[in-house]
Structures are given as structure tokens and as C-alpha cells.
Write a protein that binds this ligand. Structure first.
Ligand code: EPU
Length: 414
């Protein structure tokens, strides 16, 4: 097991290049299963969730060749249907996208027990109902979904916003016969990225990024060359780390238009945001406490909530953050107690009282974003900290320790 050793107290200063989006990459990679031909994906993040998606593609018979660490060539068209081994399914949440992909490709699939971070219950009932609206039949005895004569278009109504459910519905409908309409679709940038990728393969998907997505099913999809969008969560994480260190970080290739709610929160905090060439720079002193709420896109992303709360833990005064997406995304807070974090939780509301500075401690990452949040605390703390279970962090951040070291952090892997 790998860990990070962090000697806190350095101001972060410099430029970081933002990686390709994790959540786009995992959706696009699984969607390759429904295409025929050769796909060249560029700007892929070098993270273990991507490596695991590529293992899944290889398992289903795709030929996967890395051109360099961010570019991969995938030859599809030689796939065979078989149940996904549990150890691969459990590596990440995105393995649930195989429902839509395998149903579209082969007309049947076994429900995978997908993994992902533990934030309480993470059901897939909305995904399954969407696929049933496209003609899939659920057999609960052997946990399979089947569409004997292929999927047919339908009307899908999501009762609440679901990113994964929307991804599954788009993948399944891209080749379903007729025109599908998805109502109350998730609007996250990676939904738009997935649709642009599929459209580059010949799909006809309209309205992705809005509440209503309309899809004309196509009989066949071909290969393409596609560049994955940049990762707003990675950019936001390093910006919050810079603020917690009293430093200044510039992020090259920041997807600015996707980060409006994040920048509004930074403004409320009193942070200074400037643009320099192709970079967005963030710095700030004497930050102010705030009240904020996570919400589906375009709201403040839940994936930046742990990092934001960690910063608020050292902002003088009382802040509150309400988590509206997941029932339990505050696991990291108990670990942060070791560093002196002062908080209490009332249902989904966290109240935070800012202290001056964190104490060094021996931390254990609880999940991907919670792990990044603990690293932010350790970078602020006076003295030597260690952070175990960093495999969680490396699921979603490429070269996390190296990138931080490149802007002045004293951090190394052991
Ligand atoms: N939900 C249901 N039933 C469903 C699906 C979702 O009740 O069938 C509930 C969930 O339990 C949750 C809410 O709806 O309370 C939203 O879940 P959603 O489906 O939107 O989340 P997800 O697809 O499981 C993706 C990202 C997460 C990100 C969320 C919210 C990927 C691979 N994962 O998860 O990313 O937090 O959307 O934006 O895209 C991360 O990157 O750290 C991460 C966890």
C-alpha cells in the first residue's frame, strides 16, 4: 500500500496543467463498446479508473493500444458478451455503464455489482427503469436485463437528477430503434462530452447539457478521433489547495465556463481570481466564512465539497455546507478531527468553525475526494503528516503528489 509523506507549511506557487476529465473518460471508454471501427482518444487522464476501464474493454475483446500515457487507440468490433468478473466491476462506479453498453451491443447483460466511493446508498434503480423504458426486461432470478429483439426508443423520465442514469440512457438509446426523449437529464459537462463523442461516431444526440436530451437511434456507429474535455474537479481541487496554503496556483486549461458556481463560491470567500495566458490563477488572504449548498450541475459540485470544507476549517468564523447529493459524504471529517477540524453534522448540514491552522497527523484516505481533502489539510499543517490509502486519490488524480511537488509542496510517495 502506497502512502504520501507530507511536510506541511509550504506556500503553493506555480502552474499546474489540468488533466482530461475522469468522469468523461470513464463514460466515453465504456461507450466504445457500442461502436465499430477504430477510436483514437486523446487527453485521457492517467488514472487508475481509466486503466480499469481499459481492462474492461480488453475483457470484452477490444484491442487497446496506448500511443502515449494520455492517448489510446481502441479497435472495437471483436467483442463477446460474458459476465464481468466481480473484481473488475467493483473497481468503480462506472462499471454500471456496462448495462446500457452491453444491452445495446448484445441484447442482454448481467447486472454488475459496481463499486465506487462509499457515500451511503448508491442504488441504480433509475438506470434500470430507464433501460426498461427502452424495452429491456429484468429477470431478478438471474440478475439479468434482456432486450430480445434489440432496444427500442422510448420516453425516459428521471424522477431526480442522476449522472450515471443519464449516461446509461444515452449509451443505450444511441442505437435503439426510433427517437428517445430523456426528461430531467443530468446536465454535467461530462454528459455533453459523452454525447459529443458519440456524435463524432455518427450518433444523433441533441440537447445534451440541458434537461431534455433527444436521440435518433442509429443502426451503426463508426470510429473517430476525439479529445476528452478538461477536468473541472481536478482544477478546483488544486485551487482550493492553493488557498489553504496561502499561495497562488495557476491552472492551465481550466474549463472556465463549466466552473461558474465554483468561482462564485471563491468570490464569496474573498479569493482573487485572475487570468494569465491560458491559465486561471487563484490566491487569497483573510478569507471570509460562507454558507453554501452542493447541487447538481450547474450548482456547486459535490465532488469539491470535501476539499472546500477542509479549506473552511481554517477560515476564521463559522461556515456551513449542505450536501444535497449523497446521504453520507462527510466520512473524511472524522479523519480531519486528528488535525483539529472543528465541525458538527446535523443531517446533511455541516457546521464548521475555523481554526488558525491544522496539526500534522497520520491520516487514512476514506475515498477519492475525501483523500484529496486530507492532503490539503496535511499541506497546511505545521510538521510531518502521512496519508495512507492513496490508491483512492489515484483513481481520479493523475500524478497527484508530483503535480503538488511541482508547485512547491513537500510531498513524496512511499
Ligand atoms: N440515485 C438513485 N438511484 C439511481 C441513481 C442515483 O437514488 O438509480 C441517487 C444517488 O444515490 C445519489 C443521487 O441520486 O444520491 C445522485 O447520483 P448520480 O447518479 O448523479 O451519481 P453517480 O452517477 O453515481 C456521478 C459521478 C460522481 C459524482 C456524482 C454527482 C461518475 C463516474 N461519478 O456519480 O463522481 O459525485 O455523479 O455529481 O461520473 C467523484 O468523481 O468523486 C464522484 C463520486
Amino acid at each position: 500500500m502506497k502512502k504520501y509523506l507530507i511536510n506541511g507549511g509550504n506556500r503553493l506557487h506555480g502552474e499546474i496543467s489540468v488533466q482530461g476529465s475522469k468522469n468523461s473518460a470513464v463514460a466515453i471508454l465504456i461507450a466504445c463498446i457500442i461502436t465499430d471501427g477504430e477510436i483514437l482518444l486523446t487527453n485521457l487522464p492517467d488514472i487508475s479508473d481509466v486503466t480499469n476501464c481499459l481492462k474492461i474493454l480488453t475483457y470484452y475483446g477490444c484491442d487497446v493500444q496506448y500511443q502515449d500515457k494520455n492517448t489510446v487507440r481502441i479497435k472495437t468490433g471483436y467483442q463477446e458478451n460474458r459476465p464481468l468478473p466481480e473484481e473488475l466491476a467493483k473497481t468503480m462506479r462506472a462499471s454500471s455503464y456496462l448495462l446500457g453498453a452491453l444491452l445495446s451491443r448484445f441484447g442482454s447483460c448481467r447486472l454488475p455489482e459496481s463499486g465506487g466511493c462509499n457515500f451511503g446508498k448508491r442504488p441504480i434503480d433509475f438506470h434500470i427503469n430507464a433501460l426498461k423504458a427502452l424495452g429491456a426486461y429484468e429477470n431478478t432470478e438471474n440478475d439479468t436485463l434482456t432486450a430480445h429483439n434489440g432496444l427500442t426508443a422510448g420516453n425516459i423520465f428521471f424522477p431526480a437528477k442522476t449522472v450515471g442514469g443519464t449516461v446509461n440512457a444515452i449509451i443505450a438509446a444511441a442505437k435503439a430503434r426510433g427517437t428517445t426523449v430523456i426528461h430531467n437529464a443530468a446536465r454535467e459537462p461530462h454528459i455533453k462530452d459523452l454525447a459529443s463523442f458519440l456524435n463524432s461516431c455518427g450518433a444523433e444526440i441533441f440537447g445534451a447539457g440541458s434537461d431534455t436530451v433527444i436521440i435518433n437511434g442509429k443502426r451503426k456507429l463508426h470510429g473517430c478521433k476525439y479529445k476528452i474535455d478538461y477536468d473541472m474537479i481536478e482544477a478546483g481541487t488544486y485551487m482550493l489547495a492553493a488557498l489553504a496554503s496561502n499561495g497562488k496556483i495557476c491552472c492551465k486549461n481550466t474549463p472556465v465556463s463549466e466552473m461558474q458556481s465554483f468561482f462564485s463560491v471563491l468570490k464569496k470567500l474573498g479569493a482573487v481570481i485572475t487570468a494569465k495566458n491560458n491559465s486561471i490563477c487563484v490566491s487569497g488572504k483573510n478569507l471570509r466564512p460562507i454558507e453554501t449548498v452542493t447541487a447538481p450541475y450547474p450548482g456547486f459540485p459535490t465532488d469539491l465539497q470535501p476539499q472546500l470544507c477542509t479549506l473552511l476549517g481554517i477560515v476564521k468564523g463559522n461556515s456551513t455546507v449542505k450536501e444535497t447529493i449523497f446521504e453520507n459524504r462527510f466520512l473524511y471529517a472524522k479523519e480531519l478531527l486528528k488535525a483539529g477540524f472543528v465541525y458538527d453534522i446535523d443531517g446533511r448540514l455541516m457546521r464548521i468553525t475555523g481554526i488558525q491552522r491544522y496539526r500534522s497527523a497520520e491520516f487514512t484516505a476514506t475515498d477519492l475526494r475525501g483523500g484529496a481533502a486530507l492532503a490539503i489539510a496535511a499541506l497546511n499543517a505545521d510538521g510531518k503528516s502521512s496519508l495512507k490509502n492513496v490508491e483512492y486519490i489515484e483513481r481520479g488524480y493523475s500524478q497527484f503528489a508530483k503535480k503538488l511537488a511541482s508547485v512547491g509542496a513537500d510531498i513524496r510517495e512511499e
